[in-house]
Design a protein around this ligand. Structure first.
Ligand code: IBG
Length: 245
């Protein structure tokens, strides 16, 4: 049974279930996911870029995931799930939009927001290709990588090179950091892990990458020991798949 203790003398609200305290006392968002990039990594990136500290509850087994379901915390029985501002948010894009809106990374008006949405949806399509790569069977890896690099260099990166050229500012939209910039940098760096010279034909993206990587919050996230996750090692794939299968 749930008991809500509302301490009206202060802002602290504790939610108890049995002897377990829910929520967190620090007020930091709590991220529930496996210890991989997967669908949580753009959320980690966006919070980090906004300078927001967060906590992670790492799912190690299928039972960990099942527990969240049994507790009624997963609207569609899936993660990522983020506890933030008293809500338990699911659906990656909904979570990203909330964070972007809250931390002013979502443009200044409807038109800027439409541009940001367009760029972000394109980047989400690219990211969808990339994030499945490490889970492909060994005999499909080479073909899959060729497809990713083909789409990246012929479809997606040229768009953002042109946007930077035509727009003429440091950022993709307006003259201010938005979630589109953060997702673009995340995808660029991931692509470079797959092919170090992927930006060879894109000079403006090279300078974009250098500029963005130097922004203090992002610089910190790129340093060792940050919550940024590495690419999944082949040996760890079965354990990850076992959580979600
Ligand atoms: N539309 C949802 C979102 O964007 O949040 C999809 C969420 C989703 O697919 N969640 C998976 C899950 O909970 C984990 S990410 N699966 C259990 C279930 O019952 O559906 C799975 C994933 C991995 C690697 I691992 C790459 C891409 C996805």
């Amino acid at each position: 049974m749930w008991v809500v203790c509302d301490f009206s003398s202060g802002p602290v609200v504790l939610l108890w279930k049995g002897n377990q305290i829910r929520g967190n006392m620090s007020g930091k968002p709590v991220l529930h996911y496996a210890n991989i990039r997967g669908r949580m990594e753009p959320i980690r990136w966006l919070l980090a870029a906004a300078g927001v500290e967060f906590e992670e509850r790492i799912l190690k087994t299928k039972d960990d995931l099942q527990k969240l379901r049994t507790d009624g915390f997963l609207l569609f029985q899936q993660v990522p799930m983020v506890e933030i501002d008293g809500m338990k948010l699911v659906q990656t894009r909904a979570i990203l939009n909330y964070i972007a809106g809250k931390y002013n990374l979502y443009g200044k008006d409807l038109k800027e927001r439409a541009l940001i949405d367009m760029y972000v949806e394109g980047l989400a399509d690219l990211n969808e290709l990339i994030l499945h790569h490490e889970f492909k069977p060994a005999n499909e890896m080479e073909k899959d990588l060729a497809n990713i690099l083909d789409k990246a260099t012929n479809r997606y990166l040229p768009v953002f090179e042109k946007v930077l050229k035509d727009h003429g500012h440091d950022f993709l939209v307006g003259n201010k950091l938005s979630k589109a910039d953060v997702h673009l940098l995340e995808n660029i760096l991931w692509l470079e892990e797959l092919k170090p010279d992927v930006l060879a034909k894109f000079p403006l993206l090279q300078s974009f990458k250098a500029r963005m990587s130097n922004m203090p919050n992002i610089k910190k996230f790129l340093q060792p020991g940050s919550p940024k996750k590495p690419i999944v090692q082949e040996k760890d794939v079965p354990a990850v798949l076992a959580i979600f299968s």
